[in-house]
Design a binder for this molecule. Structure first.
Ligand SMILES: C[S@@+](CC[C@H](N)C(=O)[O-])C[C@H]1O[C@@H](n2cnc3c(N)ncnc32)[C@H](O)[C@@H]1O
Length: 591
């Protein structure tokens, strides 16, 4: 089994990015909202609200929220909605003090957490003791969940410590949230030790605990971690269910371990596990690349289609089941809420099925349309694995990075946050003379993009960097003045008002300015009006480095150019009927 040599420890990277930003003098957003919550509420209302619409209130440089809102209906709508939401949150917070029932606070904590309103969740938690009450295990768990959902791992650990110090005993849900927080940050070993601790103190992990761990093994390509997780499950007499098997299969297939996957599937089927359509598709993708005789891939496509049809027939049952809703298993009820699936779960299920169909089509097209001689060539490249590919550079924690991902190609274009790789591989197909470089921190997404590049025959002009954007754009990796265009498509928007995990900030813009050629362009696209506001403001602050490319100097365009191309997330938002798009094209200024 191949150990992921250069696996990125996202947790450590994120922490070092945070330190870097703090050092660079950026406002650090620690979530402190002021004793009565008013600062948070005001910031939320002015800057686009809590949750994924978070933003700073101040403009300082002449780009006020109201000016930007006057340019676009979507921005106006969101600013208004957030002001309303902030007022409602404030009213609830006041009411909670009078109700004096910890269940009321717990419910608020759960809701704020699930809506990624960490600032309000923090405020709610603090008010429990101000109301003369003691937080119980549900309060701590929901608060933990709120921190975890916005990626605040350090805060999550502090909450955990304070729960243990105050003598509240964590239950399996609290532990599962901790497993999620650690593993989503790439600390798979740490998450596994949480599972071991659970077992040692007599709190039995459940399917969701294991599924949480396995899901993150997929993201970080951690075959070893996933294998050990399954071993623990068996030791504890837990038969892996369809979801656990799917995660394991995806982890193996991400590393193109098809034979091992097939053996696993045989055993799981014998044990009565239903193999999901998505598992079959993962097998089809991997097998089509390394097994040019096709049988395995053809069968896997056929099985996937059959299951999708069945799933469609049972759509309602699927939507209300919890099988795929692990992301929603974050907060804890104490008898105060129902189990109705959230809109985001339903959207996720629809997207999942659409994506699965699309991938089946792509695999079938590859098998049917690409000549055998070419497929044999690809099988030879693919069988060496993603890590050995000269196309892929994995930025490791513990290694010196070899310089230059650019070589001496004239027209180099970079996509930061390249995700599943749909956009960059299609662009590479359209522009074969351009060198396209995708930067993405999740290893499984890098592997998927690599596979797509092989399938589309663009491996010659696509390079991939697995790592954090800041490292990938550093002088060690990307030479100065080497890139003609740098794209940021649908970056993860800030999760909450005080979030320090914002990609497009002053430090990022300095990196981009350094790597762009004279006259080079930075293009940012988002569906999130509040993040658009925030990016426009950052760009405005960096006006000695960048100028809007639009002749009228407008800071952004509503919508994207017709031929811009679609990405995975673009399709997801479109499917969810979320059609706001903001495009910022800026040109590098010489300092
Ligand atoms: C919302 S997705 C968009 C992906 C793709 N551009 C699309 O439109 O489908 C954001 C992606 O950025 C990646 N990402 C977020 N922060 C990053 C960072 N600092 N460095 C590298 N990748 C990052 C995430 O893993 C995720 O795949």
């Amino acid at each position: 089994m191949k150990r992921a040599r250069g696996r990125v420890n996202r947790g450590e990277k994120k922490r070092s990015e945070k330190r870097r930003r703090r050092d660079a003098g950026r406002e650090g957003g620690d979530g402190a909202r002021g004793g009565d919550g008013t600062r948070g509420v005001r910031a939320a209302a002015d800057g686009g609200g809590e949750g994924r619409n978070g933003d700073d209130a101040g403009d300082g440089d002449g780009l006020s929220t109201s000016y930007l809102a006057s340019l676009d209906e979507g921005i106006k709508r969101v600013v208004k909605a957030n002001r309303k939401r902030a007022r409602e949150a404030q009213t609830l917070l006041k009411r909670a003090l009078k109700v004096k029932d910890v269940k009321f606070f717990n419910r608020m904590l759960k809701d704020f957490g699930n809506e990624k309103q960490f600032g309000f969740a923090k405020e709610t938690f603090e008010r429990i003791s101000r109301a003369g009450l003691a937080p119980n295990v549900y309060s701590y768990t929901n608060y933990l969940n709120a921190a975890t959902r916005v990626g605040e791992t350090t805060v999550m650990r502090e909450i955990w410590k304070s729960m243990c110090d105050s003598g509240v005993e964590p239950n399996e849900v609290a532990y599962t949230v901790l497993v999620k927080g650690e593993s989503q940050d790439g600390n798979i070993d740490r998450a596994r030790s949480v599972v071991r601790e659970m077992i040692s103190v007599g709190v039995e992990p459940n399917q969701r605990t294991y599924a949480t761990l396995l899901r993150n093994c997929v993201r970080y390509g951690d075959v070893d971690g996933a294998t050990k997780c399954l071993e623990t499950m068996r030791e504890r007499d837990y038969a892996p269910d369809a979801t656990a098997c799917e995660y394991f299969i995806k982890t193996l297939c991400g590393e193109l371990m098809v034979q091992r996957t097939l053996a696993f599937v045989r055993d799981a089927t014998r044990d009565g596990v239903e193999i999901t359509a998505q598992s079959h598709v993962a097998i089809a993708t991997a097998a089509s690349l390394i097994m040019p005789d096709n049988d395995v891939a053809v069968n896997a496509c056929r099985d996937a289609r059959a299951i999708l049809e069945m799933d469609l027939a049972n759509a309602e049952k699927n939507a209300t089941g919890s099988r795929y809703a692990d992301d929603e298993y974050d907060a804890q009820n104490d008898g105060t809420s129902t189990d109705a699936p959230s809109k985001s779960v339903q959207l996720f299920l629809r997207l999942r099925s659409q994506e699965t169909n699309r991938e089946i089509d792509a695999v079938e097209a590859y098998i049917n349309d690409v000549p055998l001689s070419r497929r044999l060539e690809i099988a030879d490249i693919a069988s060496k694995g993603v890590e050995s590919s000269p196309q892929v550079k994995i930025i490791a924690d513990d290694e010196d990075i070899e310089p230059s991902i650019v070589d001496d190609v004239d027209d180099v274009r970079v996509e930061v946050c390249s995700g599943h790789g749909d956009w960059i591989t299609r662009r590479a197909k359209q522009n074969p003379n351009v060198r396209w470089i995708g930067i993405e921190m999740r290893r499984n997404r890098v592997a998927l993009t690599w596979m797509k590049s092989l399938r589309l025959g663009v491996e010659g002009n696509v390079r991939l960097v697995c790592g954090m954007a800041h490292d990938a754009l550093s002088a060690r990796v990307t030479p100065p003045a080497s890139v003609s265009e740098l794209y940021v498509n649908y970056p993860d928007p800030p999760e909450w008002v005080g979030s320090s995990q914002v990609l497009v900030d002053a430090a990022f813009l300095r990196d981009v300015h350094r790597v762009l050629k004279p006259g080079g362009h930075l293009i940012c696209v988002t569906d999130d009006p509040a993040y658009a506001v925030r990016m426009c403001r950052e760009l405005r602050k960096a006006r000695t480095l960048f100028a809007p490319a639009a002749a009228d100097g407008k800071p952004f365009e509503s919508g994207v150019p017709e031929d811009y191309g679609a990405s995975y997330f673009d399709s997801m938002w479109t499917l969810g009927n979320q059609r706001d798009r903001y495009c910022m094209r800026y040109v590098k200024r010489e300092e």
